[in-house]
Design a protein around this ligand. Structure first.
Ligand SMILES: [Fe+2]
Ligand SMILES: [Fe+2]
Length: 271
């Protein structure tokens, strides 16, 4: 687990990744906003619990965390939520009501008393900043919530704007600019149309309208749970990439015959 700040210690990415031998890697991050009321955005994997909690504990007194944004209920977003709620007794979970419902479906039952329900279009003013909540344009769970920190202009976008990373690069040692920009946009587009396969079904004008509405947001950094931190100058190119996704070729997943052929060709696929 690596920690990285983009603003002299106020906002941190806690970066890890999963490597799919023979294919690519995908980053998986959680984020910490250190302020008067420390905020965590997502909680990483449970299988990396000790590494995650130790890295987090070097950045903040975990007991002082006041808010935990659960951007949705997938395992790599809620892996350490139960532990954190024990370690941070004042912390409340920020998630939509459907997010609370989905947490009840997991092994991590979160008492409603520990939840502060928020939804797209709502804001929450804390001691030193206002958080503005939104539904990212692409998502894989109807519980998904993104958040814009109005103090810093940082957008935490959940799965949206994630990317796959070629095996020749490291999702934690390399920053996103090591990828030529056109390659990054291509890989980000691929990740998002796999993660949100329904993008090919959308009403084109309506989807473009959503992207148009977002263009003025101009975040200073985009923090996707599944990308290296992305500087804001890529924002317009990212939205333009999204605009092309509905009519792009749908992702064709390899079937067993293709996997067998790849193995026969000597590619080091996972066992
Ligand atoms: Fe997801
Ligand atoms: Fe995810």
């Amino acid at each position: 687990m690596k920690s990285l700040t983009v603003d002299a210690g106020e906002t941190w990415a806690l970066q890890s990744y999963v490597k799919y031998d023979g294919f690519f890697s995908t980053p998986t991050n959680a984020f910490l906003i250190r302020g008067k009321e420390p905020i965590l955005v997502d909680t990483s994997y449970s299988f990396a619990a000790e590494d995650f909690l130790s890295t987090l504990g070097q950045l903040v007194d975990i007991a002082s965390i006041r808010w935990i944004v659960v951007t949705h209920d997938d395992a790599e977003h809620i892996g350490n939520l139960g532990r954190l709620l024990e370690l941070a007794p004042e912390a409340k979970v920020l998630t939509p009501f459907i997010g609370y419902g989905k947490l009840c479906d997991t092994a991590q039952n979160v008492p409603l008393a520990r939840v502060h329900c928020i939804g797209p279009g709502e804001s929450l003013t804390l001691a030193d900043r206002t958080l503005s909540f939104l539904r990212p344009p692409l998502f894989d769970s109807s519980a998904t919530i993104g958040v814009l920190d109005k103090k810093t202009g940082h957008l935490f976008s959940s799965d949206c704007f994630g990317t796959i990373v070629p095996l020749s690069y490291s999702p934690v040692a390399d920053d996103v600019n090591v990828l030529p920009e056109a390659v990054f946009f291509q890989l980000m587009g691929d990740f998002n149309k796999v993660n949100s396969a329904w993008v090919h079904l959308v009403d084109r004008a309506m989807f473009q309208g959503i992207l148009n509405d977002m263009s003025g947001m101009a975040p200073s950094w985009i923090f996707s749970t599944h990308a290296m931190p992305i500087p804001g100058e890529k924002w317009r190119g990212m939205l333009a990439t999204f605009a092309g996704l509905p009519d792009s070729a749908p992702f064709q997943a390899p079937n067993q015959d293709v996997l067998n052929a790849m193995r026969a060709a000597g590619l080091p696929l996972p066992r």
